[in-house]
Design a protein around this ligand. Structure first.
Ligand code: PEP
Length: 654
């Protein structure tokens, strides 16, 4: 139920962030104008240059979009949920101020695509903030759509898509989706007449006045039959004049064919004169409201073509049509008609080039995960994990059980070099002849490692040490560092064994260092936890194992924790011949898994191998290993004889 709530709210947030980021990125100039409105309302506009507000516009939209994608795919769940919460908390406060003080009438959270009142925006943010709190509280309950190793593809692909394809292209040409009243296809004449009749209309601020005497010629321009070109430049002093040649050619074309051509601007007389001098412009200039001009076209300058008062084409100054496209009268050529690409085609383009590749990647990733799951099931053997039967039946579920079954030997301080080599050789030959269906590891004294590594078939038997130093290197006489262990060819190390905790006073802090160094050197850690007899008798076993995990390994990132194998070893059962009953062991293993789930999420808990250790023998191993949360054993005494150890390994075959 909790998981369902987290995932519903996560999808709601994802959809909102993706939509809001996309509509802003599709119109970077519109978003920049909105940022400038905010700065003006705060009295800061004069201090922030335009290039910074434009950069902020693009980055803000991209950030929102990518956060939405991260929520959708459940990428970097801890970090993303924190950023989303912080962002929504700030936005809720900002929009409360907007709603109370009303310095801007539309907050602009969905660009021009969806205009909300300030109070509507505030309540929307309150709802999203509640959703963000839920996701922040239980980030790991967000089900992954893609495995960690492929997340970078989704993030980079989304970043390139939103920054280059959407924002960059919209800036260079014009917004690919135009949500403003002056979009291609809009009938300005009809809308303006409605306004004149006192009806509701988005064209209230649309007027055209002559420069010379301020005569209102709006009606004359809109009522002109046929084609009219409007060159739109809110401020000529900031306009890009590099395409003046093309503009003059289009004006010549209009003169030739008899089409009216006006330059609409809100610039001063001197700016207009300067523009004329610079570009040789001979077309007439008219005055229009600057906000209206910015709304009409997101380019300075931009060109708009109307036919009978209806917008049929818009061009950015970067993408003006060239003279070859003006071959004939507008009535007879493509330019004189509404473009053939409509909104549905643009959506299809996005689906094909953005959504489809991500869907295919997700399917490929899930199929890969499925094949891994099938492999792990083969390794684990059927019927051993009834607790997770539900997951077993659903390989597409993110909670695919990947954990390995392992039987690991701990030789402790036994056997000289020759005897150790002989035992390892015997085990090597035995398991080569009769392959185990679980992972097998032998952890030996340091002195054996390098020699055994020479001949051990490490595809069948992993090799590990029983300890390593808590220091990287230096004057620590008698110590062996993690790097040294690794250099022998070993892959594993046992840390936190109760004998080291008790006799060598290894504290959680020391063990924490050891774990970090072992992982830094590429060693897989078998981390031991377990309670003493007194603690068990006082019913404190759960408390003890929890504290041991919290003290040394719960500081690890999810990625690093995933590399840890836990060994639960009740101290009272080690070397005493007293085994915990299978039920006792299962109970505490299930508890350990539950606290891992609390800390790292159910998926990590399901993937963590938890071994049982303490007088485990061939006779009791099958019963212990049959328990759903027991994934194998850490074996002391019984690992010192090949036949005994093999008997335990074979418990996985029963
Ligand atoms: C051990 O010390 O890790 C252990 C489990 O020992 P034994 O199997 O001898 O009880």
């Amino acid at each position: 139920m909790k998981k369902l709530a987290v995932n519903i709210t996560r999808l709601l947030l994802a959809a909102t962030f993706i939509l809001s980021g996309f509509v802003k990125a599709v119109d970077p100039l519109g978003t920049q104008y909105k940022i400038q409105d905010y700065l003006t309302a705060m009295g800061l506009h004069a201090y922030v240059p335009d290039f910074m507000t434009l950069a902020a516009s693009v980055l803000l939209s991209a950030m929102e979009f990518i956060l939405g994608i991260c929520l959708l795919f459940a990428i970097k769940r801890h970090l993303v949920s924190k950023i989303v919460l912080a962002l929504l908390a700030a936005m809720t406060l900002l929009t409360l101020w907007l709603a109370l003080a009303d310095p801007i009438h539309d907050c602009g959270c969905f660009g021009d695509a969806l205009v909300l009142t300030n109070w509507q925006t505030f309540w929307k943010n309150v709802a999203l903030l509640a959703a963000a709190i839920i996701v922040w509280k239980w980030p790991l309950d967000m089900g992954r759509l893609i495995s960690e190793s492929n997340q970078w593809i989704v993030m980079n692909y989304s970043a390139v898509f939103i920054l280059v394809i959407i924002a960059g292209r919209s800036l260079y040409t014009l917004p690919q989706f135009d949500f403003r009243p002056y979009h291609v296809g809009a009938d300005i004449r009809e809308g303006w007449q409605r306004m004149m009749n006192g009806e509701d209309s988005p064209f209230t601020d649309f007027f055209i006045e002559t420069l010379e005497d301020g005569e209102d010629i709006t009606e004359q321009v809109l009522d002109a039959p046929g084609y009219t070109f409007l060159l739109v430049s809110p401020h000529l002093e900031q306009a890009d004049d590099s395409q003046f040649d093309e503009l003059n050619q289009i004006y010549d074309y209009c003169l030739d064919k008899g089409y009216p051509f006006y330059c609409l601007t809100a610039s001063t007389g001197s700016a207009i004169s300067h523009w004329r001098e610079m570009t040789g412009a001979e077309y007439p200039f008219c005055q229009t409201d600057d906000i209206t001009l910015k709304t009409m076209i997101r380019s300075n300058p931009g060109l708009m073509l109307m036919k009978d008062g209806q917008v049929i084409r818009k061009w950015s100054h970067n993408a003006l049509p060239d003279e070859t496209e003006f071959a004939g009268r507008l009535e007879d050529i493509e330019l004189g008609h509404l473009p053939s690409d409509n909104v549905a085609q643009k959506i299809l383009w996005i689906l094909t080039w953005f959504v489809l590749p991500l869907v295919l990647l997700t399917i490929a990733d899930r199929l890969w995960a499925w094949s891994q799951w099938l492999r792990s099931r083969k390794l684990k053997g059927p019927g051993k994990s009834s607790k997770h039967r539900e997951n077993d039946n659903n390989p597409f579920n993110k909670e695919i059980i990947m954990r390995k079954k392992i039987v690991a030997g701990n030789w402790k301080m036994n056997m000289n070099l020759q005897d150790g080599i002989a035992l390892a050789k015997e085990l090597n030959e035995t398991l080569k002849a009769d392959k185990p269906n679980c992972g097998v590891v032998i952890c030996t004294p340091f002195i054996h490692l390098a020699s055994i590594a020479q001949f051990l078939d490490q595809d069948i038997i992993g090799l590990g040490a029983e300890n390593c130093a808590d220091k990287e290197k230096g004057a620590f006489t008698g110590e062996v560092s993690a790097e040294m262990v690794k250099s022998t060819g070993a892959q594993y190390v046992i840390l936190g064994h109760s004998e080291r905790r008790e006799y060598y006073k290894e504290t959680p802090e020391i063990l924490k260092e050891k774990v970090l160094l072992a992982q830094k050197n590429g060693l897989k850690v078998i981390f031991c936890i377990g309670e003493s007899l007194e603690e068990r008798e006082a019913g404190k076993q759960n408390e003890v194992v929890k504290a041991e995990l919290e003290g040394s390994v719960f500081n690890l990132s999810e990625e690093d924790f995933r590399k840890i194998v836990i060994a639960y070893e009740p101290i009272w059962a080690i070397g005493t011949g007293k085994t915990a009953t299978a039920e006792q062991a299962e109970e505490i293993h299930a508890y350990i898994r539950s606290i891992i789930a609390e800390k790292y999420g159910q998926a990590v808990a399901d993937d963590t191998t938890i071994l049982y250790g303490g007088s485990c023998k061939a006779s009791n191993a099958p019963e212990l290993f049959a328990k759903p949360d027991i994934d194998g054993g850490l074996i002391g005494g019984a690992s010192l004889k090949c036949a005994d150890f093999k008997g335990i390994i074979d418990a996985w075959k029963k």
